[in-house]
Design a protein around this ligand. Structure first.
Ligand code: SF4
Length: 381
């Protein structure tokens, strides 16, 4: 094994179509020489070209974060509030319809809906009926819109509150009109990291169980990673390894759904609670670290998860555009509004016009194409 841990050999194996081992991934992530990093970048870019071609996709979508009232206290979260706090909000049904109507008029094919874990969000003292009403409020008016909604953490919250199994919750949400599951709340899939970052959140095994259940029940999911805080390169690779093996299971077992994309979410600390912010020591993501991890993620996952998206909210559009040369083939969505990272002090803004995303893609001499949530081509009008 040791003679395989030479960077040139590792990159050659990757270009030959082999899956890298975790130690090989760590070797790539711990390189510091500019020429070696350039080789890693070139390998990621070549694999991206081979695996998905040159087209860079984007989606017209809108985020709706229906409440920021949350029972948990994740150490990176500047979004959450207690009920009654300044800035606490909870959208009513009319506001949800209004936001969706506006999104549809602006050409959106997707609503991405997630919210805080609000213990008051119940109908007849049950959580699931409240979430069903969120779904039906949108789907009855706009049956054509794809609802990308409710993280594994929200699924566990509903199941816990109502004493249901994950299968019961996901099946009911799916039947009500949820089209896919955001792979958020993954943060870093290592329980030691989670103990510091988000001690009240579901553990690694539960996150994996809920996403696998979604795949078995025909709901595709995305996958994410919150990087650049307290995690080590070993833990970053452990995270990628867990995602790859989850996806392998979905594909090899013939589940009706799988992971559609990987999105890297570098940590933004500017407004984050002080202890973590102090410990991490940076307010904005370190672009060079995010780009190296972007490239390694392409090399590590690309055989199994072909679509890779940077976050313009976290990196700014300039950083996200740069990431297109480090293995990414998608630039994300218009979002129309974004609260979670913006509360944390992100520089990227909250809304992108389609023309701005197209111009960013054109600036790196790549063709662009609108897509839907499941990476099907959308014909522009
Ligand atoms: S990250 Fe999500 S679960 Fe954690 S405190 Fe913020 S809103 Fe709540």
């Amino acid at each position: 094994m040791t003679n395989l841990l030479n960077v040139d050999d590792i990159l050659e194996r990757a270009l030959g179509g082999y899956d890298l081992s975790p130690p090989e991934g760590v070797v790539l992530l711990t390189q510091t020489e500019p020429e070696v990093i350039a080789d890693i970048r070139n390998t990621a870019d070549t694999l991206r070209q081979q695996q998905v071609g040159d087209i860079v996709t984007y989606i017209i979508n809108r985020n709706i974060n229906f409440t920021n009232i949350c029972e948990q206290h994740c150490s990176f979260c500047a979004f959450r509030r207690d009920e009654g706090d300044t800035g606490a909000y909870w959208l009513d049904w009319g506001q949800i319809i209004e936001k969706t109507t506006d999104a549809v008029q602006r050409g959106a094919t997707e609503i991405c809906m997630q919210g805080g874990l609000n213990l008051q969000a119940k109908i007849n003292r049950k959580s699931l009926p409240y979430y069903i009403k969120l779904v039906e409020t949108i789907k009855q008016e706009f049956p054509q819109i794809h609802l990308h909604a409710f993280s594994p953490q929200e699924v566990q919250f509903i199941a816990r509150e109502d004493g249901l199994s994950y299968t019961e919750v996901i099946t009911t949400l799916r039947d009500a009109g949820v089209g896919s599951m955001p792979g958020t709340a993954a943060e870093v899939l290592n329980d030691n990291v989670r103990q510091i970052l988000c001690p009240e959140k579901i553990d690694t095994a539960t996150w994996l169980e809920i996403v696998t259940t979604a795949h078995q029940l025909g709901l595709n999911s995305t996958s994410t990673m919150l990087s650049g805080h307290i995690e080590t390169p070993q833990q970053q690779i452990e995270h990628l390894e867990k995602l790859r093996s989850l996806q392998k299971t979905a594909i090899n077992q013939g589940y009706p759904a799988q992971i559609t994309e990987f999105i890297l979410l570098p940590f933004v600390g500017q407004e984050a609670p002080k202890p973590l912010r102090r410990r991490v020591g940076t307010d904005q993501p370190v672009l060079k670290d995010a780009l190296l991890l972007t490239a390694v993620a392409r090399i590590y996952l690309g055989n199994w998860i072909p679509n890779h998206q940077p976050s313009w909210v976290k990196l700014g559009l300039h950083g996200a555009t740069e990431a297109l040369g480090w293995g990414c083939n998608d630039i994300g969505g218009t979002l129309m509004e974004e609260h979670i990272t913006t509360s944390a002090g992100a520089i990227g803004g909250t809304c992108m016009e389609v023309q701005t995303l197209q111009a960013a893609i054109k600036s790196v001499q790549r063709p662009y194409q609108q897509r839907d949530t499941l990476y099907q081509q959308v014909r522009s009008l």
